[in-house]
Write a protein that binds this ligand. Structure first.
Ligand code: F6R
Length: 674
């Protein structure tokens, strides 16, 4: 949620930052901005509402000078998506305002003017605030002291803002971020007054002390990049609960909220941890702990697959990622199936087989699509390993304080590894002394770092806001875990071998499933004008129904509900009429006949039916209006083939309705706020 990028080096910063923002746009896309700093201490800024293209047009018309800069793409939390609220924000010393500092009244509407706080100078928007800057002959002391971009939420920003207003600081936005800018300016003034106490040979000692002092006043989360007018060669980066990485180049450094802007720029990465502050110049990187001083940082190699964000000829990331699912599964299973012992192997669980054997209960926690994967995991683990499983929304678990018996093992399931609720739930269960494991896609993410151990999905970057291939990898990895736990317990060698063979076949089955594409497109055209959809499935495919409905609603804005098929009689059937399609997921297996009866009940009430059924099922064709045939697989793997036509159906309906499938309204990838 929100993307940050920073650059310091010999090249033009605006081009590099813009390119970085394009790669981060999936994290938030309601407004964006850049600020650069030239060696003479001049800030240059461009902001725009909407997608990065709008910002790119501005910069093409009036490039920003400077080889040091920061950029941000925003998903609004505090204040509407306006230019005034777009980052970077500026910290201005109180005494730089002409005359006595006036207290500016503010309200959520205060900064909704499109260019509040910005002036046009030489065709370029430059600086924020104060009135004195309208004078072309501004003195250096009237320039903002700093510019910053922020990811996260400052929970105590209101009292801080009131205090700063009372002291004479002026605000030009409704964001929580601007308080950080002014707080640092205020701390800087305090530290400047004590300059003689700081070591003369540490050029950034005062700035560092000011940042540390100001951050101490904040409650909440932040990933921050800051430019200081007095140090045009420096970016300060600070992290607390919101990810930041530093890319290490040759005579240049990059800062970003995830690795994607580093693609093609550098293969060396440093993951900052909470409480760390980095001092970044073109030639140096120093990492400090807020309390314990200088620390050694590790430089990791960045796998090319972690930054592969090209569209590869597809019109949208979502479609590309749907088609990447066979490969994602191959990556998830590589090296993890052991024929000799007929089990799965995982390198990073960091628990002994004895500890894992002793797990008396497994708690799966997640949000959204990952929560749906957890629901499939519940069926898989209970059936294959006979261990009781509970699935909890992370947002509920974190506050529920459930009684947890000894032997409870937590798995947090998350694509991004940054979801705020999932992270908080993991921390809470860890605090209670239970082992915590993560199923996570993004390498080096906060949850991956904080869990006691875990399994990486290796699905590659997922850019489309609607999760597709990460879901498939999560479900598949849960199936491998179910095999592993099953083999630790009652599952026989032969049963283990059979399951391994079925797992190995799955990528090919998924490739065959993707052949439904053209058929699904035709069906989408028939139903794209409907305003309500029901998705119905049972057992393993009840979560498939939930996930199919979520895909449709999040990218096409059509109301869709997923239900266990039989539950439909307890209320939702009232919605059924000739305009409300029901999508039935009906693999051959334990509940096939039951689902067929539910389908008949819908047909008896005149509702159109789209069925997802295994090849060769002619019975369903007699009843359903449209059938999408998928390859036959064992029931426990059927959620993985059945979800593909549902992802494609959502995709094509959304396209036919003119929706932006990769960047649906109001959403963003990686929900780092509660
Ligand atoms: C929906 C979707 C979201 C995420 C949810 C959790 O398509 O992508 O519902 O699944 O925000 O995100 P992660 O898995 O990153 O924790």
């Amino acid at each position: 949620m929100c993307g940050i990028v920073g650059y310091v080096g010999p090249r033009r910063a605006d081009e590099i930052l813009l390119e970085g923002l394009r790669r981060l746009e999936y994290r938030g896309y309601d407004s964006a901005g850049l600020a650069t700093l030239t060696p003479d201490g001049q800030f240059h800024v461009a902001k725009s509402v909407g997608r990065i293209n709008a910002l790119a047009e501005k910069i093409a018309a009036a490039p920003l000078a400077g080889t040091t800069g920061i950029g941000h793409t925003r998903w609004a939390t505090h204040g509407a998506p306006t230019e005034a609220n777009a980052h970077p924000h500026f910290g201005v010393a109180r005494d730089s305002v002409a005359g006595s500092p006036a207290v500016v009244a503010w309200s959520p509407d205060h900064a909704t003017g499109a260019t509040a706080g910005l002036q046009k100078v030489r065709g370029q928007e430059t600086l924020a605030q104060p009135a004195a800057l309208r004078d072309a002959s501004i003195s250096r002391s009237e320039m903002p002291t700093l510019a910053l971009a922020h990811n996260g939420v400052i929970e105590n920003y209101l009292p801080l803002k009131e205090k700063l207003l009372a002291e004479g600081y002026q605000f030009s936005s409704s964001t929580d971020t601007e308080v950080i800018a002014h707080l640092i300016v205020r701390s800087l003034a305090k530290m400047e007054a004590r300059r003689s106490e700081f070591p003369a040979d540490e050029p950034y000692a005062v700035v560092l002390a000011a940042v540390t002092h100001a951050l101490g006043k904040l409650r909440g989360t932040y990933g921050l990049v800051i430019l200081f007018r007095e140090h045009p060669e420096l970016i300060v980066a600070a992290r607390q609960g919101s990810p930041l990485v530093v890319g290490v180049g040759q005579g240049e450094h990059f800062v970003a909220s995830d690795a994607s802007p580093l693609a093609g720029r550098t293969g060396k990465i440093v993951y900052l941890a909470d409480h760390q502050i980095a001092l970044v110049t073109a030639d140096s990187l120093e990492v400090r702990h807020r309390e314990h001083g200088r620390i050694e940082h590790l430089v990791h190699d960045l796998a090319a697959s972690e930054t592969d964000v090209d569209l590869g000829g597809y019109p949208h990331y979502m479609l590309k990622e749907i088609f990447e699912q066979p490969e994602a599964i191959e990556n998830a299973l590589r090296g993890r199936l052991n024929d000799q012992h007929a089990t799965a192997v995982f390198g990073g669980l960091n628990l002994t087989p004895q500890q894992l054997r002793g797990a008396s209960r497994i708690l799966l926690t997640a949000c959204g699509t990952s929560w749906h994967a957890a629901l499939v995991g519940e069926y898989l683990i209970e059936e294959l390993a006979r261990i009781p499983v509970e699935v909890e929304y992370a947002s509920e678990l974190r506050y529920r304080n459930p009684p947890l018996e000894p032997g409870t093992l937590l798995f947090a399931i998350t694509q991004s590894g940054e979801t705020a609720d999932t992270l908080a739930a993991l921390r809470e269960i860890k605090r209670k002394g239970h082992p915590t494991l993560a199923l996570c896609n993004v390498v080096g993410s906060t949850i991956a770092q904080e869990a006691d151990g875990g399994v990486y999905l290796h699905a590659g970057p997922e850019i489309g806001v609607a999760s597709t291939k990460a879901y498939a990898s999560q479900v598949f990895t849960l199936a491998m875990l179910a095999l592993y736990f099953g083999r630790l317990r009652h599952l026989s060698f032969e049963a283990g071998q059979r399951i391994i063979a079925q797992l190995r076949q799955l990528p090919d089955r998924l490739r065959q499933t993707l052949d439904v594409h053209a058929a699904v497109r035709r069906i989408a055209a028939k139903y794209c004008h409907a305003t309500n959809f029901l998705y119905l499935g049972r057992q393993y495919n009840f979560p498939t129904a939930l996930e199919g409905a979520l895909k449709l609603k999040e990218i096409s804005y059509i109301h869709a509900e997923g239900y266990p098929a039989a539950e439909m009689k307890h209320g939702p059937i009232a919605l059924v009429d000739e305009h409300t399609p029901s999508v039935f997921i009906m693999p051959q297996g334990s509940v096939y006949d039951k689902v067929m009866s539910n389908l008949e009940e819908i047909k008896a009430r005149g509702g159109p039916v789209i069925a997802i059924a295994p090849e060769g099922d002619r019975a369903v064709a007699r009843l359903a209006d449209d059938v999408i045939y998928v390859p036959r697989v064992e029931e426990f793997l059927s959620p993985l083939v059945n979800i593909i036509p549902l992802q494609l159906l959502a995709y094509h309906i959304a396209i036919l309705r003119g929706c932006d499938v990769d960047r649906p309204r109001n959403l963003a990838k990686s929900v780092t706020v509660e």
